[in-house]
Design a protein around this ligand. Sequence first.
Ligand code: AMP
Ligand code: GLY
Length: 424
Amino acid sequence: MNILILGAGGREHTIAWKLKESQTPTQLFVAPGNAGTAQIATNLAIGVTDFPAIKEAVLTHDIQMVVVGPEDPLVLGVHDFFLADPALTDVPVIGPQKAAAALEGSKDFAKQFLMRHHIPTAAYQAFTAKNLEVGYNFLDTLKPPYVLKADGLAAGKGVLILEDLAKAKEELKNMLVDAKFGAASTTVVIEEFLDGIELSCFVLTDGKNYKVLPTAKDYKRIGAGDTGLNTGGMGAISPVPFADTAFMDKIHKRVVEPTIQGLEKDGLPYKGFIFIGLIKVGEDPFVIEYNVRLGDPETEVVLPRLKTDLVAVFNAVAKQTLDQIQLEMDPRTATTVMSVAGGYPEAYEKGHEISGLETPSDALIFHAGTTIQNGRVVTNGGRVLAVTSFGNDYKEALSRSYDRLKSISFKDIYYREDLGFDLD
Ligand code: AMP
Ligand code: GLY
């Protein structure tokens, strides 16, 4: 089976690796891919939102399924593009259609969905430049810290959490009037601050049936103790130790079931992953955000724990027969530690040779920002490599990931050495 994966990160390398383990022989293509995907697939030099080039590649390589990694193509309607074209309409796309992808593409749309379906989430209101004054008045009614969110996609940077009321008002104006996040902040969601610990829950749906995948927790900040700037994610742990059966039951009943029913009631076509960002406040789950894809680096711990054949799973999503699939999970804990280029998430260098990749080990190395230059694997992004290990608990798994990292080097390599610090 010929499968095209869209994307270039650790998530896409992990998806490719898992598909390659299938009983069904596959020919994999990744657009644009990285040095890791090049080892198991054919990389195609195509951008993830270049729909005409994607079409050409699908026809040229006789692609029979497309798996979408990142959100941008989904929010822009890549699935709808396939359905609307007679030459592509029979090629299944794993990822929701545009109308449903707005759950990630618009925070206001997501909040309305959550409210309409009575799914627990922070109280909020949405504002545009026209009602800036009403926005100021709303901020006056809230207690600090203040949470301001650009409505649209802002590369993970569109959320501001501010302690000071005057600063919050200033930033609201920056976003709405001065387009701080471009068109993404034409509308701004202001919401109540929720104090708790975060985790993510992953669901796969075929539009009729669904399966809940393992939970994961990622570490977004660059510095030890969750300090410093936000990143794409510095590491992840699955399962999340504090997500016990009682709490998972609440997530299923209060969040997952009403989400799936809500998609159906609202007529939102969905064949793909739903990534539900949650916060545990006291003993209760609240939804912080929906993403319409798998997370990165959460994928690097969730998919290695999946024992079921992923090609069979995706085929079932395409045919809406997910109810006939039994998902089996490795009960052990998986952890991944992301190594990044010095300076990231601010300015960093690229093009440095990576050594130590061949050292024998049980750890799995998933490439993120890497490429091949003159036959050598070199750094090509801020997040460079994710090192995944298994253990009986997160501490054992983490010590294996850290051990493996000791033998990997590139100029100014950095990784967080305190993952899991908040779990005891
Ligand atoms: P989002 O892009 O909506 O996931 O927000 C980015 C990050 O901001 C989240 O991962 C949380 O750490 C934080 N955050 C967002 N909304 C809230 C909230 N209502 N209360 C507390 N923290 C929040
Ligand atoms: N790790 C967070 C994300 O993929 O959005």
